[in-house]
Design a protein around this ligand. Structure first.
Ligand code: PRX
Length: 597
């Protein structure tokens, strides 16, 4: 039995050597160096069709229509597993027809290309149909996480000035209805009934009725590969959420990373467990499997170890893409549970979103006979950038090596204030990428300066700290800023602090990510109360509930501690690093700018 070790010690783990293995199915990438040398984005683009008549590149055409019109038209595109045991199958042909209808619905409403269509729903078929139909109509699709509370929803709808929102009746009633007066730009709310049927709710339209009335044929109009396709929100340390803008041309990266990093083969049954409210659930839960013409499993249910093993077994999943928090929860449920299921269909296991601890890689090798392959990317990169490939030896704890076509480096600021690449191995710096890959974000919606700040010295700066070893494997060290990773979700401390401040008892707050063995980090808030309010347990419970109602369970703090002051710099910035150091009992570092009065 291995003992738990720090990520810092992870380079000490035995590599999992796979280079000489006899493959039952040969990986798409067998020789990393050779593929890197010969790779070109133009050749990757050549694997896609483009719109008929040389009319450009549209994600929905590549994902749906080209298969619906070709030999894979009756192939299963999406199998939906409802949380109560329902199963619905959609072939590429059916998906083609339904997404046409949705594009016609938008057309009928007078919604025009470039308008923002937001989606707020659990993992229901209508979400996938609306996302692809929106792309067909060349509108911008912005999926929101359905567990968000009203405040994050309002902020994101406002930033992108949503013209259309597709949501469910119950989510609308619980989270959106009361916001309507704050959202004058939101013209059309399309409601899916909670039983997937028609709805009758004032100031909204029934998704089902509109779909039933819409006509079947739809021709995608010419689409420039630089036309905006997706708006995915992410969080920074300060300020409002950032809307990362992705274009239709990103599909070249989605498609090729599906092949090279997730090793998609024609007969694969792929299960991406992520929700489309986060970018993994869009790039790999919707786009990449469909452009590759394979079968994608969509499970509406939440994590449950028995349910998940049951799905892997009954659906004969071959490629599985999940996240470290879920893997740790499976580990907690025990390897014995996994052995009750026939999981021999599994061929390739992959993980993203937060550090994958080496023991999880080794555990999966022992439990499934297959290791989890960690990979790294961000909302801003749109697709996988660094990966452990199917044919490559795995160094447990490492994120892997850059995709062919991706130049990744470790950089640091020089004393003169410019940027230099660190060439010595195993030296920590900021992970940086050379811009130019197709799924690179093109903007933060409406914030050109914030976007520009991400680039320096010819690099896109990721905000992550990492090291590169002498063989070119990258190792995650931490974040450079104060954003929090909890259960794979990125949370901005400012958004949480602002919500807490709206409670009448709260004078100040500082929010950090507190290390957690299961969720990687949990959101913890330090709160200063106004005079006249007592720091009691009842007050703590009240604030936790207040934050949860406003922000939703994922974003709200799990822990609150009352303090007499929140440390700030002389210019008034909250010193979250110091709060974190105190929380962990670490040296407090340079506190020369700490406000002392
Ligand atoms: O800090 C890195 C962490 O997640 C951040 C990106 O989060 P988000 O934009 O929500 O995208 C998640 C979906 C890809 C990164 O800046 N991260 C992502 N993958 C890994 C990771 N940290 C460690 N190891 C990874 N494999």
């Amino acid at each position: 039995m291995r003992t738990k070790r720090d990520l810092d010690n992870s380079m000490a783990w035995e590599p999992i050597v796979k280079g000489t293995r006899d493959w039952a199915v040969a990986p798409n990438l067998t020789d990393y160096d050779q593929t890197r040398r010969t790779f070109s984005w133009d050749a990757a683009r050549g694997l896609l069709d483009g719109l008929p008549g040389n009319h450009g590149l549209n994600i929905a055409h590549e994902a749906v229509d080209r298969h619906a019109a070709g030999p894979r038209r009756e192939h299963l595109a999406i199998r939906w597993l409802g949380k109560n045991g329902e199963v619905e199958d959609y072939t590429y042909r059916q998906l083609g027809e339904l997404t046409n209808r949705f594009a016609n619905v938008l057309q009928g409403l007078g919604v025009t290309p470039g308008d923002r269509v937001y989606l707020l729903a659990g993992r229901i078929p209508e979400l996938y149909i609306a996302a692809l139909g929106t792309l067909k109509h060349r509108c911008v699709v912005s999926p929101l996480f359905s567990a968000f509370g009203p405040e994050p929803i309002r902020a994101r709808l406002s930033i992108g000035r949503a013209r259309v929102l597709v949501t469910t009746q119950s989510l609308y009633e619980r989270k959106v209805k009361a916001l309507r007066t704050l959202l004058p730009f939101l013209e059309h709310v399309l409601l899916v009934g909670d039983d997937h049927g028609p709805t009758e709710v004032p100031d909204t339209k029934s998704y089902r009725r509109l779909m039933d009335a819409a006509s079947g044929p739809y021709t995608i109009q010419p689409t420039n590969s630089e036309d905006i396709a997706l708006l995915h929100f992410t969080s920074g340390t300060t300020g409002t959420p950032k809307g990362a803008v992705h274009v239709h041309g990103a599909v070249v990266a989605h498609h090729i990373t599906g092949k090279l990093a997730l090793d998609f083969h024609d007969d694969d049954v792929f299960w991406c467990t992520a929700d489309p409210g986060w970018i993994t659930g869009s790039s790999y839960g919707i786009i990449a499997p469909l452009t590759n013409g394979i079968t994608s499993i969509v499970d509406e249910g939440d994590f449950d170890a028995e349910r998940w093993y049951g799905i892997l077994q009954s659906q004969k999943v071959t490629v599985w893409y999940s996240a470290p928090t879920a893997i740790r929860m499976l580990m907690k449920a025990g390897a014995g549970m996994a052995r009750n299921y026939d999981l021999r269909s599994l061929r390739f296991l992959s993980s993203v979103g937060e550090p994958l601890n080496p023991e999880a890689v080794v555990w999966s090798q022992e439990t499934f006979g297959r290791p989890f392959h960690d990979n790294w990317w961000q909302t801003e990169t749109g697709g996988i950038m660094i990966a452990n490939f199917a044919a490559m030896d795995i160094r447990p704890g490492s994120m892997g090596r850059p995709l062919p076509g991706i130049d990744a480096a470790i950089v640091r600021a020089t004393p003169e204030g410019s940027l230099e690449e660190i060439h010595e191995p195993d030296v920590q710096g900021e992970l940086a990428l050379r811009p130019g890959w197709p799924s690179m974000f093109r903007a933060y919606w409406g914030e050109p300066e914030r976007y520009q700040k991400c680039f320096a010295g010819g690099f896109y700066l990721t905000g992550d700290l990492a090291k590169k070893d002498r063989d070119g494997y990258f190792w995650f060290v931490g974040r450079k800023d104060d954003v929090i990773k909890t259960s794979g979700h990125l949370v901005g401390p400012f958004e949480v602090e602002s919500a807490l401040m709206e409670h009448k008892a709260v004078a100040e707050s500082g929010v950090i990510g507190k290390p957690d063995p299961m969720a990687f980090e949990i959101v913890k808030a330090f709160v200063v109360l106004h005079q006249g309010y007592e720091p009691t347990d009842a007050m703590k419970r009240e604030l936790l509930a207040f934050a949860r109602t406003r922000l939703g369970a994922v974003v709200a703090p799990k822990e609150i501690e009352f303090v007499s002051a929140v440390p700030k710099t002389r210019s008034g910035k909250i010193m979250r690093r110091l709060l974190k150091a105190r929380e962990l009992g670490l040296p407090e570092g340079d506190i020369s700018t700490l406000e002392t009065s």
